[in-house]
Design a protein around this ligand. Structure first.
Ligand SMILES: *Cc1c(COP(=O)(O)O)cnc(C)c1O
Length: 407
C-alpha cells in the first residue's frame, strides 16, 4: 500500500517536472534580484536591532523599506509590523489616496471580501460614507480584462484610482499575470495619466519574475504573513510604489506631520530581513506543493483551478468540491498533518470581515499565516477549498501522501 502510494507520488511528480523546472528558474531569478536589493541597501546587523518609543532614525525600519522598494521596482516603500494584516494595509492605501468625490474603479471585479467594508457602509468610516464613488468592471468569463468597458469608463470618469487584485481571492477566476497587466496599465496611463494604478498583490509576490510595479503600477501592497514574509515574519504589511503615492499614503499610515519618520518595534527586524530573503525560495516550495496537490485532486476527479497546464500566477489552488461535506473533510485533513495543533478539528465559523461561514485549517507557527500550509473555504456554492502555502515542499508531500491514503 505504502509502496503504491509512493509510486503514484513519483509518477505525479514526473508529470509536473517541466512545471517544477520553470518554478525553480523563477526562484533563482528572484533570489538574485532580492540579494541585489540587500547589497544595494547596505543591510548590516544593526538593521536587525529593535527600537522603542517614537523610533526616530530606526535603521531597521528605514533599510527594510529600501530593500522592498528596490526588489519590487518602486521608488519608495512602507514596510511595517504596525500594519496589522493585508486588509489593514490595503485600507491604508485606499484611505491615503482617495478623497471626497474621487472615483475608485475596480477593473478585476469585486475586491477581496474583507475590503468590502472599507468601501461600503454607513456609520463605519467607509469610503462610500466619506464621499468616494466606487465603480466596478468585472473580468470577462475567461478571466480577461473587459477592455471595451475599461476604456470607456476611464475616458469618461478619469478615476483617481484604478484598482485591481492579482490573486483570485474567493472567486473562481484566474489570477492575473503582471505581463498581462502591462497592456492595461499602458492604456490607463494614456487615457488618464494622473490616475493611480493600485494592485492588491497578496499571494502574487515572487510567483513570476516581475511584479506589477515593474510594468507601471503606482502602488502594490500585501501581507507579510503571506509570500513576502517568507514564513518568518510574524505580522505586518508592505506598500511599495512611486514616491508621490507613498508620500500620500504615509500621511494616513501615521499622520501628515509624522509620515514614515516614526514607528518602533522592540523585537527587532531580523525575521523581516531574513524572511524576505527566503521568500523567493519559500514561494517556490509552496507553488510546487500546490501543483502537486492540485494534480492529485484533479486525478481523483475534482475540478482544480488553475489546472497545471497553465503557469500558476498566485500560490493558491482552488479545489471545487461541489458539496460542504467533502470540502470540510479536505480542510480537516490539512489540519491533521500540521506541525501545530494537529489534534484540533476545524469547523465552519463566523469570521470577522467575511459574510459566509468559513472553515480554515491553519496549524501554523505564525497565527493564520497562509505562506505556511493552510487551507480555507467559505461555506457557499460551489464549495471550494482554497489551498496554499507550505514552508517546505516535503511537508506538502506528506499531505499528498495522506490524501492518496484517504481517497
Ligand atoms: C489575504 C488577502 C487579503 C487580506 O489580507 P489579510 O491579511 O487576510 O487581511 C486581501 N486580498 C487578497 C487577494 C488576499 O489574498
Amino acid at each position: 500500500m505504502a509502496e503504491e502510494i509512493e509510486k503514484k507520488l513519483v509518477q505525479t511528480e514526473e508529470k509536473l517536472s517541466s512545471l517544477f523546472k520553470r518554478i525553480d528558474d523563477i526562484a533563482f531569478y528572484n533570489q538574485k534580484k532580492v540579494l541585489k536589493a540587500y547589497n544595494e541597501a547596505r543591510v548590516n546587523t544593526q538593521c536587525f536591532a529593535g527600537t522603542t518609543g517614537y523610533g526616530y532614525g530606526d535603521l531597521g525600519r528605514e533599510t527594510l523599506a529600501k530593500v522592498y522598494a528596490k526588489a519590487f521596482g518602486g521608488e519608495s516603500a512602507i514596510v511595517s509590523p504596525l500594519l496589522t494584516c493585508g486588509t489593514h494595509t490595503i485600507s491604508t492605501v485606499l484611505y491615503g489616496l482617495l478623497r471626497r468625490g474621487d472615483v475608485m474603479l475596480s477593473v478585476s471585479g469585486q475586491p477581496y471580501d474583507t475590503i468590502l467594508n472599507t468601501i461600503f457602509g454607513k456609520d463605519n468610516n467607509s469610503l462610500e460614507e466619506l464621499g468616494v464613488i466606487y465603480k466596478q468592471i468585472d473580468l470577462l468569463k475567461n478571466s480577461e480584462f473587459d477592455y471595451a468597458k475599461i476604456e470607456k469608463m476611464v475616458k469618461k470618469l478619469k478615476p483617481k484610482m484604478v484598482y485591481l487584485q492579482r490573486s483570485r481571492g474567493y472567486s473562481e477566476r484566474n489570477a492575473i499575470s503582471p505581463y498581462k497587466m502591462k497592456e492595461l496599465f499602458d492604456l490607463v496611463k494614456k487615457l488618464s495619466p494622473k490616475t493611480f494604478i493600485v494592485v492588491d498583490n497578496c499571494y502574487g509576490e515572487f510567483v513570476d519574475k516581475i511584479e506589477p510595479t515593474d510594468v507601471g503600477a503606482d502602488v502594490i501592497m500585501g501581507s507579510l504573513i503571506k509570500n513576502a514574509g517568507g514564513g518568518l515574519a510574524s505580522t505586518g504589511g508592505y506598500i511599495v510604489g512611486t514616491q508621490k503615492a507613498i508620500d500620500l499614503i504615509a500621511t494616513r499610515f501615521t499622520n501628515p506631520s509624522l509620515k514614515t519618520e516614526v514607528g518602533s518595534y522592540e523585537f527587532g527586524y531580523r525575521v523581516y530581513f531574513q524572511g524576505f530573503f527566503l521568500a523567493p525560495h519559500t514561494v517556490a516550495q509552496s507553488l510546487k506543493g500546490a501543483c502537486l496537490i492540485g494534480q492529485i485532486m484533479q486525478d481523483l476527479g475534482y475540478k482544480v483551478i488553475p489546472s497545471n497546464d497553465i503557469q500558476p500566477q498566485d500560490i493558491v489552488k482552488s479545489v471545487v468540491f461541489g458539496n460542504a461535506e467533502d470540502l470540510i473533510k479536505f480542510v480537516q485533513t490539512v489540519q491533521s498533518i500540521s506541525p501545530v495543533e494537529s489534534y484540533v478539528t476545524p469547523y465552519p465559523w463566523d469570521m470577522p470581515g467575511y459574510d459566509d461561514k468559513v472553515i480554515m485549517a491553519a496549524g501554523t507557527f505564525v497565527g493564520g499565516s497562509s505562506i505556511e500550509l493552510s487551507c480555507d473555504g467559505p461555506i457557499r456554492e460551489p464549495y471550494i477549498a482554497y489551498f496554499q502555502g507550505g514552508l517546505t515542499y516535503e511537508h506538502v508531500r506528506v499531505l499528498a501522501e495522506k490524501l492518496l491514503e484517504l481517497y
